[in-house]
Design a protein around this ligand. Structure first.
Ligand code: NAD
Length: 480
């Protein structure tokens, strides 16, 4: 049984308490490794190491910082196969998906910020013939990065890379449900020559290790991705200390399909936006609104394709979907299918757990599920399910579908399918969300602002937005 270790002050270490948490493989339901059950004491040591490392790391010439970060990216690329396998074992997602999406994106995150920091500049404001103002962007100090289980290394590195590039030292905690690739990243950082204390990775629960990162006054900023409820807890603790906060939270995204869309492209993409990663992507479109003239055709085709999706062993290249992340999550998702039926919905496809034969017979699988016949404002259509469950609803007018789309407390991402550019522009303007995809989904350019409004979060990641978050602007005014 492998013991995962914390990465503190440049070394791999056991938790001070000696306690560990079982780490389950979702595809088999078996414990396959042990996670440090770190507490406040481990986090305090990590924070101290980060404080000590900060002066020299933040003063290192940008080119030198950049080289080390690029080296981390290179090592991730070289270890694509074992990292993808580890991500799949830990999370339940198909190996091919981790190999195609998660791990390449983690490498891209480090590569992107290794170069972005070299192009990051600040303003100068001249006051006619009297003075010049210029803005410095200083690293903040010790910052905390806390991430969820759905895209483990992908989202962990999306925070760590800009934090380090900007010159901060980091205390980071991956999800206790999927810690393995963060542990492997520790080894990569050691190999890449990252100085001791610059990045510290502490494993454990949110209410213990996570809480200390958030509440310790020495940690000056928190970048968090996870559930809206956790985001509220974090904001309550951090706000009175005036910590900088970046919160990427839940979603309940609309997928709006007009009759004039490119039907085949829409159908193929809607399969992905509904069920990719077992529907466990914060950007998945879980509420599908279809213009009435094509509703019946869409329903028939979408149901047929969904019933044909192969749910199976994540190690098998033919499996289109793997396991959901945990037993508790499987139960939560299936409880929403029950709720949907109580609310008057009809299950058109899926709706139950799937038993996969062989080594996966005790794994946590769910059949991709489509539900129709629900009101837009029922609980099933308002609360985040975060699994392979979507609802479909017909609509007649733009005004009506906008009301449905905007009725939820969330505002992360929306997808629009139409060939009418005027309509796309009009709708995009009126949809309450941080991201709108028109005739595509999850097409990502790392330079763009990423994040949500309403209960989906505060602040933006991506591009220079993340570097703005991880630095403090200081204006210097010189009169001459
Ligand atoms: P979660 O909120 O339960 O946990 C996220 C992280 O926070 C974990 O590392 C956890 O240990 C930690 N944590 C929990 N309680 C804490 C506390 N009191 N103090 C400090 N840290 C604490 O979320 P999850 O179940 O891991 O992830 C699923 C959620 O994440 C969904 O709601 C999903 O929409 C959201 N998500 C959002 C985005 C986005 O970009 N907006 C991306 C991915 C996932």
């Amino acid at each position: 049984m492998e013991y995962i270790q914390n990465y503190i002050n440049g070394a791999l270490v056991a938790p001070q308490s000696g306690n560990y948490i079982n780490n389950y493989e979702p595809a088999t339901g078996k414990v396959y490794s042990l996670i440090p059950d770190s507490d406040a004491n481990d986090v305090k040591v990590a924070i101290r190491a980060a404080e000590i490392a900060f002066p020299s790391w933040s003063r290192l010439p940008i080119g030198d910082r950049s080289k080390i970060i690029a080296k981390i990216a290179q090592l991730i690329e070289e270890q694509l196969e074992p990292l993808a396998q580890a991500e799949s074992t830990d999370n339940g997602k198909p190996v091919w998906l981790a190999k195609m999406v998660d791990i390449p994106r983690a490498a891209a995150n480090f590569n992107f910020y290794a170069t972005a920091i070299q192009h990051y500049s600040a303003d100068a404001n001249a006051m006619s013939n009297t003075a010049i103002n210029y803005t410095l962007r200083d690293a903040i100090g010790v910052v905390g990065c806390i991430s969820p289980w759905n895209l483990p290394l992908y989202l962990f590195s999306w925070k760590i890379a800009p934090a380090l590039a900007a010159g901060n030292c980091v205390v980071a905690k991956p999800s206790e449900i999927t810690p393995m690739t963060a542990y492997l990243l520790s080894k990569i950082c050691i190999e890449a020559g990252l100085p001791a204390g610059v990045l510290n990775i502490v494993h454990g629960y949110g209410h213990t290790a996570g809480n200390e990162i958030v509440s310790n006054p020495a940690v000056k900023a928190i970048s968090f991705t996870g559930g809206t409820q956790t985001g509220k807890t974090i904001a309550k603790i951090a706000a009175p200390m005036f910590k900088k906060l970046s919160l990427e939270l839940g979603g309940k995204n609309p997928n709006i399909i007009f009759a004039d869309c490119d039907y085949d492209k829409m159908l193929a993409t809607t399969m992905r936006s509904s069920f990719a990663n077992q529907g466990q992507i914060c950007l998945c479109g879980s509420r599908i609104f279809v213009e009435r003239p094509i509703y019946e055709k869409f329903k028939k085709d979408f149901v047929a394709k969904t019933k044909a999706l192969l749910v199976g062993d994540p190690n098998d290249a033919t499996s289109k979907m793997g396991a959901v992340v945990s037993k508790a999550h499987q139960e939560k998702v299936l409880s929403y299918v029950e709720l949907a039926q109580q609310e008057g919905g009809t299950v058109l496809a899926g709706g139950q757990a799937v038993q996969v034969a062989g080594r996966c017979k005790a794994g946590y699988f769910i059949a991709p599920t489509i539900i129709e016949g629900l009101a837009y404002d029922c609980r099933t259509n308002q609360e985040e399910i975060f699994g392979p469950v979507v609802t479909i609803m017909p609509f007649d007018t733009e005004a009506e579908v906008l009301q449905y789309a905007n009725s939820v407390e969330y505002g992360l991402a929306a997808t629009l399918w139409t060939s009418n550019v005027s309509r796309a522009t009009r709708m995009a303007q009126q949809i309450h969300s941080g991201i709108v995809w028109v005739n595509c989904w999850l097409l990502r350019d790392l330079r763009t602002p990423f994040g949500g409004i309403k209960s989906s979060g505060v602040g933006r990641e991506g591009g220079f937005h993340a570097l703005d978050f991880f630095t403090e602007p200081k204006n210097v005014c010189i009169e001459y």
